[in-house]
Write a protein that binds this ligand. Structure first.
Ligand code: ZN
Length: 143
């Protein structure tokens, strides 16, 4: 299985639009940006709704349960910081509560071969430092 203990990750830098997302992740309660006009979710956060161009956007709490929408197996890495984790599954997840908003993360605690489209996963939180906690994924207990 991938050894993530030796990986020193690049730490995301929140900006004006993504800050509420990272603050929610730090609290261990995922929130995604939702358009208050057409009610669609989107991720990553933008200044306007990608569907209706409204600027009336808010972050709303979502449950961390979802399904794998797509995945890539990383066999090689150009970034040597990830060398000890290769091969690993980099997955795109659609949460049940936020259809259309796609979150990216790694599948942790499972062999990369477990990554399949449609597989049930749950968000877990990996604390990188005092400011940044990274949403990641594990296989759902009953999936
Ligand atoms: Zn909209």
């Amino acid at each position: 299985m991938s050894d993530w203990s030796k990986v020193s990750r690049p730490v995301p830098v929140p900006n004006e639009w993504t800050k509420p997302f990272w603050e929610a992740a730090r609290r261990g309660a995922p929130e995604l940006q939702r358009c208050q006009s057409c009610r669609s979710f989107q991720h990553p956060p933008y200044a306007t709704c990608v569907k209706c161009v409204s600027v009336d956007l808010k972050f709303e709490p979502v449950r961390g349960a979802g399904s794998i929408y797509a995945y890539t197996i990383m066999y090689h890495t150009g970034d040597k910081r990830f060398a000890s984790a290769v091969p690993y599954a980099s997955i795109i997840v659609e949460l049940d509560d936020a259809p259309g908003a796609l979150m990216a993360g790694n599948l942790l605690g499972a062999e990369y071969t477990e990554a399949k489209v449609g597989r049930r996963v749950e968000v877990i939180f990996e604390k990188l430092n005092d400011d940044i906690t990274l949403p990641q994924f594990k296989l759902a207990a009953h999936g």
